[in-house]
Design a protein around this ligand. Structure first.
Ligand code: NAD
Length: 357
């Protein structure tokens, strides 16, 4: 049996407790994984002087596959997002977020089966931002000839043909490989004619090379309403970075919350798997939050490693525990203050029992 070398970044906030539970469950699948555990995030700044030490990137570059717990990003001040830095440094240009209903999860919707494909490296996330009053901001305001207040801070939104083409191709290749019927590209191209307009133009060109997959376009505002009213109309959804980020949470809401929404970031030959949710710091150390989103990211990782049978078995075990509704965390109980809610660790142990059957 092959042993897979995988980098594990436990994360911060509730990340370490989730990752510990997930590591045990993945071990119980019988797949041989040699974990290389490396630290990143807010909790290691004091130790390493940076939230993203060099050995983290080196480990992922070597192993080519990583599983990551959530990492905190301070708002407004402090360091930039380590999550964004990892995606940029490793050129993980495609963010894949399947949103699927599981029986037993309370939600306003049933039978949701959507896949969000989000561009991960460009757009307003490129990190090209200038403070109000800075030399750069003042220069750009000059070019804009009266369209921008002189005291504005500026964020630049780059969308390139290169970036749009590789993410559109990823979405269509995914649709073909997973037998999906349709790709819907989403932007605000009526307002941002050059940037979002280019994203549509390139997606349309790529679509022509996949005649077996239906292609359509929607504007982001309309798409938000459509997804809330008629989610069954959609299948694979292709978006630039910022809209993709926002719509991912909307789609997570459709399936019953962030606790069960997994994700994967793919580059040319590196893949990093992580939940959609963040570090939920208010629950840190309480053994309280749901490990499912990271576990389902683990299912995506097992598929990527070619361990399809183990991936299916694990997903089925998770689905049974959720459907039974007994050994589940607070967010999957009828009321969040339900005294019978399982902890992170206990929910993991229940899934292990199902795996062992
Ligand atoms: P969050 O996703 O951490 O939490 C928002 C709320 O969602 C929580 O208070 C909780 O009620 C619920 N929730 C989240 N995860 C859950 C889980 N596993 N089980 C049950 N309930 C869960 O979002 P936030 O509070 O906006 O962000 C906290 C920090 O995480 C921020 O610093 C943010 O930048 C960071 N973040 C990191 C990632 C990542 O690591 N990829 C993603 C999003 C946010």
């Amino acid at each position: 049996m092959t042993t897979h070398n995988v980098t594990l970044i436990p994360g911060d906030g509730t990340g370490p407790e989730i990752s510990a539970a997930v590591q045990k469950v993945l071990e119980a699948t019988g797949v041989k994984i040699a974990w290389e555990v490396v630290e990143a995030g807010a909790d290691v700044v004091e130790k390493y002087g940076t939230p993203l030490p060099d050995n983290v990137l080196a480990s992922i570059r070597k192993n080519k596959v990583a599983l990551k717990g959530p990492l905190t990003t301070p708002i407004g001040t402090g360091f930039r997002s380590v999550n964004v830095a990892l995606r940029k440094e490793l050129d993980l240009y495609a963010c894949l977020r399947p949103c699927k209903s599981y029986k037993g999860v309370r939600s306003r919707y049933q039978n949701i089966d959507l896949v969000v494909v989000r561009e991960n490296t460009e757009d307003l996330y490129a990190g090209v931002e200038y403070a109000a009053g800075s030399k750069e901001a003042t220069e750009i305001i000059g070019w804009a000839k009266g369209k921008i207040f002189p005291d504005a801070a500026i964020s630049i939104k780059p969308i390139s043909r290169t970036g749009a083409e590789r993410i559109a191709r990823f979405a269509f290749d995914y649709a073909v490989a997973h037998k999906r019927r349709k790709v819907t590209a989403v932007t605000k191209a009526n307002i941002m004619k050059y940037t979002d307009g280019l994203f549509f133009e390139v997606s349309r060109e790529v679509a022509k090379q996949y005649p077996g997959i239906e292609y359509e376009e929607r504007l982001i505002d309309n798409m938000c309403m459509q997804l809330v009213q008629k989610p069954e109309l959609y299948d694979v959804i292709l978006l630039p970075n910022l809209y993709g980020d926002i719509l991912s949470d909307l789609c997570a809401g459709l399936i019953g919350g962030l606790g069960i929404a997994p994700g994967a970031n793919h580059g040319k030959d590196i893949a990093l798997f992580e939940a959609v949710h963040g570090s939920a710091p208010k629950y840190k150390g309480m053994n309280k939050v749901n490990p499912t989103a990271v576990l389902l990211s683990g299912v995506l990782m097992l598929e990527h490693l070619g361990e399809k049978a183990a991936a299916q078995k694990l997903e089925a075990a998770i689905a049974v525990v959720i459907a039974e509704g007994r050994d589940v965390t607070y967010d999957l109980k009828p009321r969040p203050d339900d005294p019978t809610a399982a902890g992170t660790r206990e929910m993991g142990e229940a899934i292990i029992r199902k795996l062992r059957g």
